[in-house]
Design a protein. Structure first.
Length: 394
């Protein structure tokens, strides 16, 4: 039987009395206070938000400082480690109808390589700048990661619209096989990886630093709202099927370090996602997972935060009540016009003669075609190998 530690301690407090509760919880050990999976019930999540509605922008700014501080402390990232000086690996350029793809790897910490694919418009006009977009992916399909059809279609279509797009692997997915996904500090490493992916994207020629977006589904949605909260270089965020008042993410890379709770302090992912304000944000939700209440619970809270900045028109919610937990075509159809509006992309480049979005010009490649490391391009000799080696470096 799974025991909810929070509810267990609360029950114990009723028995032992308040005077004994602190010594009792100390006796349980000094392990981090983690909020895993469905840590709140739906009712508790809603009540938490109702109890934390800020009355003013001043109050929200004060609360924001507290949230960001605990995220950094909980991730052990009060100071981001220095970026390695090695040159990114870029190879195997392939050109298609309106876009190109290249295979990419670069170091995020000494010996650990972020792996991904770089999608660009086929013809980059000299002297012109282009929006940059980071694309993350979710936990399903461990053998595929960024290779999944839904991710390839999303990235290729955005490149055809005029964006420079970088899609990269979560730990243990796709090319990223230097450690397993569930290492204890995967949240820390994936946040470092996301920061270095942002560095890589913004250092590319012709990427406009003022037009940077990020989007991902599920665990990739968590990466999106966490990085947007911590790094103001992200100007537009689209977390898909993830922002929930009651669900905190069930994986080490989302809730395996104490970013949500410390002693009397408590937050949830809705408050964290709200740190994107007043930058544009689209919440994409569906009826089959923990985002089923978004129109009535999460979105009103976040819209209130935007209203404190007088920017409530910059946050939107597309709720697909009959959809499931993915980045399927209906969700992508919500994504494209939002990013076009806020990043200056050209929707006309992806429309057919009927005026409908046509993703069919996005060629779906095999895993082998998209891999960075292979016989011709082996992983560098300094690469860390195994969970112990990666954890030691962290």
């Amino acid at each position: 039987m799974k025991i909810n530690r929070r509810h267990f301690i609360q029950s114990a407090g009723l028995i032992l009395g308040a005077a004994s509760l602190s010594s009792f919880t100390w006796a349980l050990g000094d392990e981090p206070e983690l909020c895993r999976g469905g840590y709140f019930t739906e009712a508790e999540g809603k009540a938490f938000l109702e109890q934390h509605i800020p009355a003013s922008l001043k109050a929200w700014n004060k609360r924001s400082e507290q949230i960001i501080k605990q995220i950094k402390v909980g991730m052990e990232l009060n100071k981001m480690p220095a970026a390695p000086k090695s040159t990114p690996i870029i190879h195997s350029r392939k050109e298609y109808n309106g876009y190109t793809i290249e295979n990419v790897a670069f170091e995020s910490i000494p010996g650990f390589y972020v792996t991904g694919n770089l999608y660009r418009p086929a013809e980059l006009v000299s002297g012109k700048s282009y929006p940059g977009i980071l694309c993350t992916h979710g936990h399903d399909g461990a053998a595929e990661g960024r290779f999944r059809e839904q991710t390839q279609r999303r990235c290729a279509t955005l490149a055809r619209m005029g964006a420079i797009v970088f899609a990269y692997d979560m730990l243990g997915y796709g090319d990223s096989q230097q450690c397993t996904h569930n290492i204890k500090k995967s949240l820390k490493l994936q946040t470092i990886n996301g920061t270095r992916a942002l560095d890589f994207l913004m250092n590319l020629p012709q990427v406009d630093a003022e037009r940077i977006g990020m989007t991902g589904e599920s665990g990739g949605g968590t990466q999106t709202f966490l990085l947007a909260a911590l790094d103001k270089r992200i100007k537009v965020a689209v977390p898909c099927v993830m922002v929930s008042a009651h669900f905190f993410g069930g994986c080490n890379c989302e809730s395996g370090m104490p970013i949500h709770k410390k002693g009397e302090y408590q937050t949830n992912n809705v408050e964290i996602a709200s740190l994107t304000a007043p930058r544009p944000m689209l919440l994409i939700s569906d009826g089959a997972d923990w985002t089923k209440n978004t129109p009535n619970v999460e979105y009103p809270f976040i819209k209130h935060i935007y209203s404190l900045f007088q920017k409530e028109t910059l946050v939107e919610n597309v709720h697909l009540a009959k959809d499931v937990h993915d980045y399927g075509v209906n969700k992508r159809l919500a994504l494209y016009p939002f990013l076009a509006k806020h990043l200056g992309l050209d929707m006309s480049l992806i429309l057919n003669k009927k005026g409908e979005v046509d993703e069919n010009k996005s060629v779906i490649l095999t895993n082998q075609e998209l891999r960075v490391f292979n016989a011709q391009h082996p992983i560098p000799s300094n690469a860390l190998r195994g969970d112990d080696a990666v954890m030691a470096m962290l």
